[in-house]
Design a protein around this ligand. Structure first.
Ligand SMILES: NC(=O)N[C@@H](CC(=O)O)C(=O)O
Ligand SMILES: [Zn+2]
Ligand SMILES: [Zn+2]
Length: 426
């Protein structure tokens, strides 16, 4: 069975290729990118006017299953992911139970395999129950299928615990991906510390809560000579620390979320709990510094931090509301609108940051259009403008600060192993 995607503009960052070409798929695998002529074709897909790219890879998402299936399930999360153009997602372990045991890894893998519309890679916890004290059995968890380790939602506050974890992770050749926040500094802050928090009478989370722990962990990783990946970087000071760290060692990678590259704490002005997220949406200067980091090529990946929540967790006071943004279904459009259309990075660079670059950080064999790889492909209309409607989200989490905002760039179709797993309604 041969399917050919014709007339599209192909962007394949792993080969540095960009241009009009056909993509042929045989039995779920990419046969070639180029001129497909003189062979038997069973099915043709017309991609005139569309960009053809590898399916997106997300190294930071919350699927909430097991334990919080009223917020999301593995199935609803996967459906939201493919609607957003993702064909590989890595799920954070702050579930209940946490992903600190093999049974939970097996549970996630088997549920995901049953749904079968994208790859789901579990991330194990660094410490048992994310309590920050006792390390998990990383070796067994890796053998069971964990591709990285994180206590996301929480930092590893004990520096010695983290130091040991870095050494073990390096031995196992798996990355640690860290939520960086000094809990003593953050306290019970709810939004970015600054003018807006002050005006609203809300407790702030200062920038130094993030940058101080990043500086600490960069030093620890330097002393152990190990790789370290940093989650959801949001401040100018963090970027300064990371810029220097990268010049020193090159063994540091970091991700930025679509919301931190696009929105500021202005969003919180109407006490909008949908804009409450950790780390918080920061100031204009911070967003500018994040853009500067993209321009300099310092950012290693864009990751959604898809954090779906139920209505009760968000329809309450800003103090009590849960932190988190439902991100899969707006990710590409936000990146295209705020980073590509503004000229900060090219579309090809943005796609690299959402495909092969994150895949490489987690050693995942995906995110390319290479011959012989699984036909995980997204078709994009980069010029289409649309207005976000939270009620149309496939994710159970309708918590988006982009509701009613106009974005540019739409996912038209998503292929997983050659199957169409998402096709927009027309
Ligand atoms: N980002 C968030 O605001 N929330 C995440 C936790 C996290 O990513 O730190 C969640 O699990 O809801
Ligand atoms: Zn986090
Ligand atoms: Zn997270």
């Amino acid at each position: 069975m041969r399917t050919v995607i014709r007339n599209g503009y192909v962007i394949a960052p792993s080969n540095d290729f960009e241009g009009f070409a056909d993509v042929s798929i045989v039995d779920g695998v990419i046969e070639m990118v180029g001129d497909v002529e003189g062979v038997s074709i069973d099915e043709e897909i017309d991609a005139t006017g569309l960009v053809v790219a590898p399916g997106f890879v997300d190294i930071h998402a919350h699927l909430r299953d097991p334990g919080f299936t009223y917020k999301e399930t593995i199935e609803t999360g996967m459906r939201a992911a493919v609607k957003g153009g993702f064909t590989a997602i890595c799920c954070m372990p702050n579930t209940n139970p946490t992903i600190d045991n093999i049974q939970t890894v097996e549970y996630i893998k088997s549920k995901a395999a049953n749904v079968g519309i994208c790859d789901v890679y579990p991330i194990g916890t660094i410490t048992k129950g994310e309590k920050g004290e006792e390390l998990t059995d990383m070796m067994s968890l890796k053998e069971a299928g964990c591709v990285a380790f994180s206590d996301d939602g929480r930092p590893v506050m004990n520096a010695e615990v983290l130091r040991k974890a870095l050494i073990y992770a390096e031995d196992l050749n798996v990355p640690l991906t860290l939520h960086e926040e000094d809990l003593n500094i953050s306290g019970d802050g709810v939004v970015n510390e600054g003018k807006i928090a002050f005006e609203l009478g809300l407790k702030g989370i200062p920038n130094v809560s993030e940058s101080s722990i990043i500086a600490r962990d960069v030093e620890i990783a330097k002393s152990t000579n190990t790789h370290l990946h940093i989650c959801h970087v949001s401040t100018k000071e963090s970027i300064d620390v990371l810029k220097k760290a990268k010049m020193d060692s090159g063994r540091i990678t970091f991700e930025v979320t679509p919301h931190h590259l696009s929105l500021t704490d202005e969003e919180i002005k109407d006490y909008n709990t949908f804009a409450k997220v950790n780390p918080p949406l920061r100031s204009k200067e911070d967003v500018k510094a994040v853009h500067g980091a993209f321009s300099l090529g310092l950012v290693d990946a864009i990751a959604t931090d898809h954090a779906p929540h139920d209505e009760d967790s968000k329809r309450c006071t800003i103090q009590n509301a849960a932190f988190g943004i439902s991100g899969f279904e707006t990710a590409f459009a936000v990146v295209n609108t705020y980073l590509v259309e503004t000229g900060v990075v090219s579309l090809a660079d943005a796609i690299a940051l959402m495909t092969v670059k994150p895949a490489r950080i987690f050693h995942l064999d995906t995110g390319t259009l290479n011959e012989g790889s699984s036909a995980n492909i997204v078709l994009i209309d980069k010029n289409r403008e649309w207005v976000v409607d939270r009620n149309k989200f496939v994710s159970k989490g309708k918590n988006t600060p982009y509701h009613d905002k106009k974005l540019k760039g739409a996912i038209v179709k998503t292929f997983y192993k050659g199957m169409i797993v998402y096709s927009e309604e027309v």
